[in-house]
Design a protein around this ligand. Structure first.
Ligand SMILES: [Zn+2]
Length: 521
């Protein structure tokens, strides 16, 4: 009886505050954050600093308390910017035979050692897909010590039609290139060369080549092992490199895909001597907090995230060098601020606490969210869930949602019920094989064991009203372009809908009697 009364009280207070979330209150945040004044919110650039100052003041005005360590709204994320200098060359040798690989044309990548000069002369070993997955009975490193060696591998995972073996068509984390680097690092390898093929990557070398740009990395703890070089080589460079050992790409890919694969010492060596520029970057996650009302549960928190960074100032396209990032992700941040305001004004407060975190360096590989998940302001075991918000179309209300990762959590039933209450059908991810689950800020939380997912807009009723057809046409091809800009004719009713839905969902989780169980992704 008492529980029911509290639940009713909580839900009445909540629904009034949820309906106070207005699209027209989200608009000014998006307009300001994506204005040319903020120069595309680049990490380490003045526009990025303006963005964090704005979000901090908005969090304070919304009634949040400082949520970062040390009683601050700002969590410093220590980043280093690594830039390759000159036109480096990788050399592979076998006896008198030599293959030279040229920067960008044949290979691309970076050192993870965060030192100005990196040299190696290491034995080359082919390790298939570079996967150690005991739960699938698969070990590409079986019986070999790769300490100090250079490993050559393919991205992706062995092909499968069995959902219990590498998830069939849905990529597991083992398939991602980030995992390959992590596993090789754990094993003390000196370098990793991923042989790029369009088929294993699911995209072309042009996409990979963009990794030649200066790369922000989280500063490494002193003494932690790091790869002297982590990069990709083209398929044709791969064929030349493997020819030194009498092998080729097609043949080794076939062996890598075969059960019982064993690593192959190639009998050749990789040599390089590279110069890096290493610069410190100052950037922050903006973190606010609302304490819960239940004395037992308020030590736990639901975490809402949206990344504030975008690409900053870059190569001009049609004379415009500011990558404004209006959709990606001023929209999510505008929603985050208004969700925070609604949560902070509820009386009584939800049982668990809430943390609102506008995270940095998503565009550099989820670095801000990863740093937060590894250095949370409260113990990681107390984070009940993470709901992430990234990129919302200004095209009015949707009738469905895509909840990337929600079905991998222990409270999918809660999510389904909330969606039904909001008249939203849950759409399946359109291309799970492309691994979208691993490319958003919820993933570092999931990797740390926190139930986490992204709340995305699905499709909307068709046909669109004529005014919105114009908006939609203008949005074609804006992804990561200077044309991702704010326009006055944007319709914020869909963002209002999803901010309300996000708070309602967070509330359901914040008021659960027990913390959701952890399931490793
Ligand atoms: Zn982006």
């Amino acid at each position: 009886m008492k529980f029911l009364a509290i639940a009713l009280l909580l839900s009445a207070a909540a629904s009034a505050q949820i309906s106070a979330i207005q699209g027209e209150l989200i608009r000014p945040h998006v307009k300001f954050l994506s204005s040319d004044l903020l120069e595309g919110r680049g990490v380490g650039q003045p526009g990025g600093a303006l963005a964090t100052a704005y979000i901090e003041s908005q969090f304070a005005a919304a009634g949040l308390k400082p949520g970062a360590q040390g009683g601050s709204f700002l969590q410093r994320v220590p980043l280093k910017l690594i830039s390759m200098e000159g036109s480096p060359v990788l050399t592979a040798t076998n006896g008198a035979q030599t293959v030279e690989m040229k920067w960008l044309d044949d290979f691309v990548g970076h050192s993870q050692a965060q030192q100005t000069r990196i040299a190696a002369d290491a034995e080359l070993v082919f390790v298939g897909h570079g996967i150690t997955a005991p739960e699938f009975g698969w070990d590409d490193y079986a019986g070999i010590d790769v300490k100090g060696k250079a490993v050559v591998l393919f991205t992706n995972e062995p092909p499968s039609t069995d959902p219990k073996f590498f998830g069939a068509n849905a990529l597991t984390y083992y398939g991602r290139w980030t995992y390959k680097y992590e596993e090789a690092t754990r094993r003390g390898a000196a370098a990793v060369l991923i042989i790029h093929t369009d088929a294993t990557a699911t995209y072309g070398y042009q996409v990979v080549k963009a990794n030649g740009r200066p790369q922000p990395q989280v500063a490494r703890a002193n003494g932690a092992h790091a790869l002297a070089f982590a990069g990709w080589i083209t398929q044709s460079a791969g064929d030349k490199l493997l020819a030194l050992s009498g092998e080729n790409v097609a043949g080794l890919l076939k062996r890598a895909d075969t059960k019982g694969f064993k690593p192959i010492a190639l009998g050749s060596r990789l040599k390089f001597d590279l110069s890096n520029k290493v610069d410190d970057v100052e950037t922050y996650n903006v973190v606010g907090r609302v304490d819960g009302s239940d004395p037992n549960l308020s030590t736990e928190a639901v975490v809402f995230t949206a990344h504030w960074d975008h690409l900053g100032v870059g190569d001009p396209i049609n004379g415009d060098s500011i990558y404004n990032g209006a959709l990606d992700n001023a929209t999510g941040v505008g929603m985050l601020i208004e969700m925070a305001r609604a949560w902070a004004s509820m009386e009584p407060k939800p049982r668990r606490s809430a943390i609102f975190a506008a995270v940095t360096a998503e565009e550099s590989g989820l670095l801000g969210s990863a740093y937060f998940a590894q250095n949370p302001p409260i113990p990681i075991s107390k984070l009940a869930a993470n709901l992430n918000f990234d990129s919302y179309a200004p095209l009015g209300r949707a009738n469905s949602t895509v909840m990337t990762g929600a079905d991998r959590t222990s409270f999918y039933g809660v999510v389904q019920a909330a969606a039904a209450r909001h008249q939203l059908t849950i759409e399946k991810e359109s291309n799970p094989g492309a691994g979208g689950y691993f490319r958003s800020d919820h993933f570092p939380f999931a990797k740390a064991g926190v139930p986490a997912f992204s709340v995305n807009m699905g499709s909307r009723p068709s046909p669109l009203p004529e005014a919105l057809v114009k908006v939609q046409k203008r949005m074609t091809g804006i992804y990561h372009q200077p044309t991702d800009e704010y326009h006055e004719d944007w319709d914020f009713s869909g963002m209002e809908q999803f901010a309300r839905f996000g708070v309602a969902l967070g509330l359901d989780i914040a008021n659960l009697p027990t913390i959701p169980a952890r399931i490793r992704p």
